[in-house]
Design a protein around this ligand. Structure first.
Ligand code: FES
Length: 164
């Protein structure tokens, strides 16, 4: 584990996020989202949670509550490629489970896990507005819809090529 607190450059960035939000406890979610973006692995390590809580005078339990409530936040490192599969009602009716299994098989992981090469993280998400093309997944910020089992391998391989 990297000693984040001794990583001066990173801490300066965290401080600038805190400053931009006026060290306001009411901006906790926005602070966490922005801080997560600047941390390699796209997550909020324990040391950083403690640091943020201290600087904006919020109990650590409250910070963890926010991190665990919002799907976009994580206490564990995530892959460079985040695959989010929607399990909201329309995607459920349109059998998202039929595409989930081939995704898990292709990546060799289950929902909530990161692939061994650190490239992919697979997560559930709620509706992101692509109901008309469900079942749908979002990969980083790109939406893929009308999914079938056969499309999955090609989609995942296209990201492998981009990020490897
Ligand atoms: S229900 Fe899945 S994108 Fe809307």
């Amino acid at each position: 584990m990297i000693d984040f607190i001794s990583n001066e450059e990173l801490m300066l960035k965290v401080d600038s996020v805190l400053e931009a939000h006026g060290y306001s406890e009411f901006k906790l979610l926005s602070i966490l989202l922005q801080v997560q973006e600047i941390i390699p692995g796209n997550f909020i390590p324990e040391e950083i949670s403690k640091y943020i809580s201290k600087r904006i005078s919020v109990p650590l339990s409250k910070t963890y509550e926010v991190i665990t409530f919002f799907e976009a936040l994580s206490t564990h490192p995530k892959g460079k490629i985040l695959i989010q599969i929607c399990k909201s009602p329309v995607c459920t009716v349109n059998k998202y489970k039929d595409v989930l299994e081939p995704i898990e098989n292709e990546l060799g992981i289950s929902v909530g896990e990161t692939s061994e090469d650190g490239l992919f993280t697979l997560q559930y998400t709620s509706c992101f507005g692509a109901c008309d093309i469900s079942p749908a997944i979002r990969i980083n910020d790109e939406v893929h819809g009308n999914l079938t089992k056969d499309k999955i391998k090609d989609i995942i391989n296209s990201y492998r090529r981009k990020f490897q």
